[in-house]
Design a protein around this ligand. Structure first.
Ligand code: KIV
Ligand code: ZN
Length: 515
């Protein structure tokens, strides 16, 4: 059995998904969950991209001890220095250095000749290797690179000190057979290839990211890069949960496995979906709501007689619990604490009392508190410790069939001043959002998307609202949780605005990363 390393880039390539903007505590929460999932390497960000990216890579590197933490750098000395500063206190620091190698990228983007690109790559790999114990080198747009040139530059960077060679399909263009052939070609034409590990990095533009990653493994790749839920630039990256479960289920065929704890998949997927605001399609393999639902009569009948008739993956394998034990208003602190650890939520002892009070308050109004409710409130509470510019205090919304909807909002502002406004709209949400906009002063917020979802089932389910909006020239997402949909809507709006204001204050130099 061959062991394939999992390189998770949810916090770097995944965060490059349009409208996704994670803050520091969200990134830490995701990194801790990835550590539980037992990935081998976490790419925590691109330290030179902005102050915020630098800080989050640094904090993730300091917090995570169970796997290696890496950061991306262009082939520029200052990027390497910045990445070293961010990563040096990590348990197993490594650098992910890249330069484009395809004719299109070299000519139009880098404006360098192939020879200049080789020189830049060699010099920067040498420099990086003098600082980092492990340097991974990526040939951006490798799959549209001429193979003799790809082999030549790879040989040079191995000689310069690269330990892992990554072959990205940056634009999601390659097919499985061709991708496998690239790995074969490199094994035959790069003299020092045996000194390094080979890695895949596939984008999903043609829906072939997983098939391509598997083909690469069959042809010598020992590391696979991707993201949870397949989020990422454009159509996204290879979905790591799909890759790991495919290896597990078809071990007989691939003769390979990973060290991923598969039963942490469902928790990782829902955390990342919630924090990025990117919903998981119901029919998505492994983590979609319908992935284990049997609808047709014939299938249901078969599954009742013998599960394996139509079920190749058991829901438990990827962490779906059938346990539906619920807590309620009579549950005590002890039961609450036990439930937290059964769900796998780590809460420091000093936070238990505060969380228990939130739990009790909600349990008074809601008949049953399911695991989904508990997870949602704990996560919201944990993450609400971030500094916010505008804080929600109260709302009042009036709606009647023949009346103009009116909202009144009270917030506390940047300097704890009280802000109160009222406005109307064509519907309750519009009235609410018009009022919130008045509270914000001069900057207009364009609402790009609004979604509402219940947390679990039942009429008294909590409401989770996700918004995407453009505010002060930046697009971001926000989420809000409450028992009432209007309150959840107001919180989601404020969460998005606070996120942008925080970014401007701490992170005003965001750079574009790559194409
Ligand atoms: O897709 C890509 O080429 C990348 C590189 C920076 C590795 O993400
Ligand atoms: Zn990528």
């Amino acid at each position: 059995m061959q062991r394939v390393k999992i390189f998770d880039t949810t916090l770097r390539d995944g965060e490059q998904s349009a409208g996704v903007n994670l803050n520091l505590s969200e990134k830490l929460e995701i990194a801790r969950q990835l550590e539980k999932l037992n990935v081998d390497i976490i790419e925590a960000g691109f330290p030179a991209a902005s102050k915020g990216d630098f800080l989050s890579v640094q904090k993730v590197a300091e917090a995570i001890k169970g796997c290696s933490v890496t950061g991306l750098a262009r082939s520029v000395y200052s990027d390497i220095d910045t990445a070293w500063e961010a990563l040096k206190n990590g348990a197993d620091p490594r650098l992910h250095l890249f330069i484009a190698t395809s004719p299109i990228h070299m000519k139009y983007k880098l404006r360098q000749t192939p020879q200049e690109v080789i020189e830049t790559a060699v010099q920067t790999v040498k420099y990086a290797s003098s600082k980092f114990p492990i340097v991974q080198w990526s040939a951006e747009d490798a799959c549209r690179t001429e193979l003799p040139f790809l082999a030549e530059i790879i040989e040079e960077v191995i000689q310069a000190g690269a330990r892992v060679i990554n072959i990205p399909d940056t634009v999601g263009y390659i097919t499985p057979e061709e991708y496998g052939q690239i790995f074969q070609y490199l094994k035959q034409n790069v003299p020092s290839i045996d000194k390094v590990s080979l890695s895949t990095h596939c984008h999903n533009d043609l829906g072939m990211a997983i098939a391509n990653s598997l083909a690469a493994v069959q042809n010598g790749a020992t590391q696979v890069e991707g993201t949870i839920n397949g989020i990422g630039e454009r159509a996204g990256n290879a979905a790591l949960e799909e890759f790991a479960v495919a290896l597990q289920i078809r071990k007989d065929y691939y003769q390979a496995d990973t060290r991923m704890k598969l039963d942490e998949i469902s928790r990782s997927s829902s955390l990342i979906s919630k924090l990025t605001g990117m919903p998981v399609p119901a029919n998505k393999a492994i983590v979609g709501r319908n992935a284990f639902a049997h609808e047709s009569g014939i299938h249901q009948d078969g599954v009742l007689k013998e599960k394996t008739t139509y079920e190749i993956i058991s829901p438990q394998l990827v962490g779906y619990q059938t346990n539906s034990m619920v807590l309620g208003k009579h549950s005590g602190r002890h039961a609450f604490r036990n439930r937290l650890s059964e769900i796998g939520l780590h809460v420091p002892e000093e936070d238990i009392s505060r969380l228990f009070a939130v739990f009790k308050d909600l349990a008074d109004r809601k008949k049953e508190m399911t695991d989904e409710d508990i997870t949602a409130i704990v996560l919201e509470e944990k993450l609400s410790k971030d500094p916010s510019f505008y804080e929600f205090l109260s709302i009042q919304v009036q709606y009647g069939t023949n009346q103009v909807p009116t909202a009144t909002v009270t917030l506390s502002g940047r300097n704890n001043e009280l802000i109160q406004e009222a406005a109307t709209g064509a519907g309750s949400i519009e009235a609410l959002y018009n009022t919130l906009e008045k509270c914000m002063g001069k900057d207009k917020a364009n609402l790009l998307d609004y979604r509402i979802q219940s947390v679990g089932a039942g009429r008294d389910a909590l409401a989770q609202v996700f918004v995407k909006l453009r505010y002060a020239g930046t697009e971001t997402s926000g989420r809000g949780l409450a028992q009432d949909v209007l309150e959840a809507s107001a919180k989601a709006y404020l969460n998005a605005v606070n996120r942008i204001l925080y970014m401007y204050e701490n992170d005003n130099s965001k750079l574009p990363v790559h194409g």
